[in-house]
Design a protein around this ligand. Structure first.
Ligand code: SF4
Ligand code: FE
Length: 517
C-alpha cells in the first residue's frame, strides 16, 4: 500500500516525537492532552482515501499528508494544560460547571468572544497554520441559539437535544468537524432542482429510530482527524427544500461515511526531507477533504433540524458570522509568523537596515493588526441571544473576513518581495546534503557570513510554504468567498439610514420611502 511506502520515507520527525506532555489529570479535569487526543483517533474505524488508495484506519493519522494537521489540532488540546495559555484555552461549562476546553464552550459573555479571538491568534503564532477545531466550535454555538429560537416558535424539542450533545462533547473533549459546504452542482439551481439530488445533503428516509441522510460535504477542514461531524445546511432554504434543511451529528467513521483527502501545493514534499516542507511539524491549512455520506443513519437524539426551512438561513448566518469572527485572530497570528519570517530573511540577507525594508515591514504590521482589530471589534460589539449565549456583531465579522480575502494577499506579496527570488528557486534539501554538489549550494546561497546557509534555506522555505498556493487560496475562500460577505453588507448595514443622514445634512426633506431606497 502506498501509505506504508510513504511512511518509510525517512521524514525528519514522527508523531511520537512531537512534544506532548504525559497525561496529568488533576481532580475533576475532563480535558484531553494532545497525546490523548492523538491516541483517541487511533480507535476510530475511519475510511480515508489519499491519492486513490484506501488507508488502513489505524494508519490514517500517521500518513505524511495528514500528520501535520493532527499535530496542529493536538495543540488545541495540549495548550489547555499549559499554565501560560490555559486562561485562554479553557472555560467553565455553563451546563455542568466543570472546567472544559474552550473549543467545546458556549459563549456566555462578550469576554468569552474576545478570549476566543485572542486564543486563536496565540495558537496560530505557535502552529503557523490552521488547527481546524474552530469549525465545530462555531457550529455548536450557532446551533445552540438557533435551536432555542426554533423551539420557541415551532414547539420542537431540538434545543434540549443540542444541550445534551454539547455536554457529551464537553465531557469527552471530542473534536467535531463543522460540515456546512455542499458540492452545490449547478449554482443557478436550487437543491431540489439539481439533475443529481445528492448535490446537497438531504434526508432520504425517516422512521421511529431516526433519519437517513445522503449527499456529500466539500472542503471539510480537519474532518479526517475529528471524532464526529456536525452537518448543517449550506444556505437559506424555501419550503420546497424541506428535505435539505437538515442538521445532525454523525461519527466520522459511521457506516456509509467515507473521506477523500484533498491535494495541496507541494504535498509530495512531505515524503521527502523536512526542510523543503517549510513547516514540517504542522503543515499548511486544514487538511481538507470531500466527505461522502452514502445513506447514513442518524438517531433522533443527534438530529437538530429536520425540515424547518425557515430556520436554515438563521443557522447559516450565525455559523458564518462566528467563523468569520475568527479570521482576524487566526490569520492575524499566521501573519505574525509571515512578518517574522520576512524580517529574518532581511537579517540573513544583509538588507534589514534599508529604509524601504523597514517601511514594508511596518506596512505588513499595519495590515495584520487591521485584521485583528476587526475580530476584536465584532466580539466587543457582540450581543446576548434569546438562549442566553453571546453572538458577534455580524456586520463587523463579515467586514473582518472580507479584509482577510484582500489584506493577506498584500501581506504575502510584501513578504515575498522582502524574501527575495530564492524563495521560488532554491535547490532541494537533497542537493544541500549531496556530497558532490552540496558545497556549491552552501557557498552560493549564503547571505551574511554569520548565518549558516541551511538556516537561510529553512526560513525561505517557511516563507514559500506560508505565502503560496493552498495557503493563499484558503484565505480567499475559507469561511466563505468574498461575495458571501458582500451579500451580508446589504442585509446588515442599513443603507436607508445612511441615505436619511445625508439628506438630513443636505437640508432635503424625504418625500417618502421610495426616495430613500
Ligand atoms: Fe480555525 Fe482559522 Fe482554521 Fe478556520 S482557518 S478552522 S478559524 S484556524
Ligand atoms: Fe478556515
Amino acid at each position: 500500500m502506498e501509505c506504508a511506502a510513504i511512511l518509510d520515507c525517512g521524514i525528519g520527525f514522527a508523531l511520537n516525537e512531537f512534544h506532548l506532555q504525559e497525561l496529568t489529570f488533576k481532580g475533576e479535569m475532563i480535558m484531553k492532552t494532545g497525546k490523548e487526543y492523538i491516541e483517541s483517533l487511533r480507535k476510530r474505524n475511519i475510511k480515508v482515501y489519499v491519492k486513490g488508495q484506501l488507508l488502513k484506519s489505524e494508519e490514517v493519522i500517521d500518513h505524511p499528508f495528514i500528520r501535520g494537521h493532527v499535530n496542529s489540532a493536538a495543540m488545541t488540546f495540549e495548550l489547555a494544560h499549559d499554565p501560560t495559555t490555559e486562561d485562554l484555552v479553557t472555560a467553565t461549562s455553563h451546563l455542568t460547571g466543570k472546567k472544559i476546553n474552550r473549543f467545546t464552550h458556549i459563549h456566555q459573555s462578550k469576554e468569552d468572544l474576545i478570549k476566543k479571538v485572542k486564543m486563536l491568534r496565540m495558537i496560530s503564532q505557535k502552529t503557523g497554520t490552521c488547527y481546524q477545531r474552530c469549525v465545530g466550535f462555531d457550529a455548536i454555538n450557532a446551533l445552540y441559539s438557533t435551536t432555542f429560537e426554533m423551539d420557541l416558535k415551532l414547539g420542537t424539542n431540538y434545543h434540549e437535544r443540542m444541550k445534551s450533545y454539547i455536554q457529551y462533547m464537553q465531557d469527552n473533549d471530542i473534536m467535531v468537524a463543522g460540515a456546512m459546504t455542499d458540492p452545490k452542482g449547478d449554482r443557478s439551481l436550487r437543491p431540489g432542482q439539481q439533475a443529481d439530488p445528492d448535490m446537497f445533503v438531504h434526508v432520504v428516509e425517516k422512521n421511529d429510530q431516526g433519519i437517513v441522510v445522503r449527499g456529500a460535504k466539500a472542503h471539510m477542514t480537519g474532518m479526517v482527524n475529528s471524532h464526529e461531524m456536525l452537518i448543517m445546511p449550506t444556505m437559506g432554504m424555501i419550503a420546497e427544500d424541506k428535505d435539505y434543511a437538515v442538521s445532525c451529528a454523525i461519527p466520522v467513521d459511521a457506516p456509509g461515511v467515507l473521506h477523500i483527502f484533498g491535494r495541496q501545493t507541494n504535498d509530495d514534499r512531505k515524503c521527502e526531507g523536512e526542510i523543503d516542507q517549510g513547516n514540517a511539524q504542522f503543515g499548511i491549512v486544514g487538511g481538507e477533504c470531500l466527505t461522502v455520506l452514502e445513506n447514513v443513519f442518524v438517531p433522533w437524539e443527534k438530529v437538530f433540524m429536520c425540515g424547518e426551512t425557515d430556520f436554515a438561513g438563521m443557522l447559516v448566518e450565525r455559523f458564518a458570522s462566528y467563523h468569520r469572527q475568527n479570521y482576524g485572530g487566526c490569520k492575524g497570528g499566521v501573519s505574525d509568523i509571515v512578518i517574522g519570517a520576512a524580517a529574518v530573511m532581511a537579517d540573513y540577507s544583509g538588507y534589514a537596515k534599508a529604509a524601504h525594508i523597514k517601511d514594508k515591514i511596518n506596512e505588513m504590521i499595519h495590515l495584520a493588526e487591521t485584521l485583528y482589530a476587526c475580530s476584536i471589534a465584532c466580539s466587543a460589539e457582540g450581543k446576548q441571544t434569546a438562549s442566553g449565549s453571546y453572538f458577534v456583531d455580524p456586520l463587523l465579522a463579515n467586514v473582518g473576513k472580507h479584509n482577510v480575502t484582500r489584506l493577506i494577499y498584500d501581506i504575502d506579496r510584501i513578504a515575498q518581495d522582502i524574501g527575495g527570488g530564492l524563495t521560488a528557486t532554491l535547490p532541494s534539501e537533497s542537493d544541500l546534503k549531496n556530497p558532490e554538489i552540496g558545497m556549491y549550494v552552501e557557498k552560493y546561497f549564503k547571505g551574511v557570513a554569520s548565518v549558516p546557509t541551511e538556516d537561510r534555506m529553512r526560513m525561505a522555505r517557511l516563507l514559500e510554504n506560508m505565502t503560496g498556493g493552498t495557503a493563499l487560496i484558503e484565505s480567499m475562500h475559507g469561511a466563505g468567498s468574498p461575495q458571501a460577505q458582500k451579500v451580508m453588507y446589504s442585509k446588515l448595514s442599513n443603507l436607508d439610514h445612511k441615505k436619511r443622514c445625508a439628506m438630513n445634512l443636505a437640508g432635503i426633506k424625504p418625500k417618502g420611502d421610495e426616495n430613500t431606497k
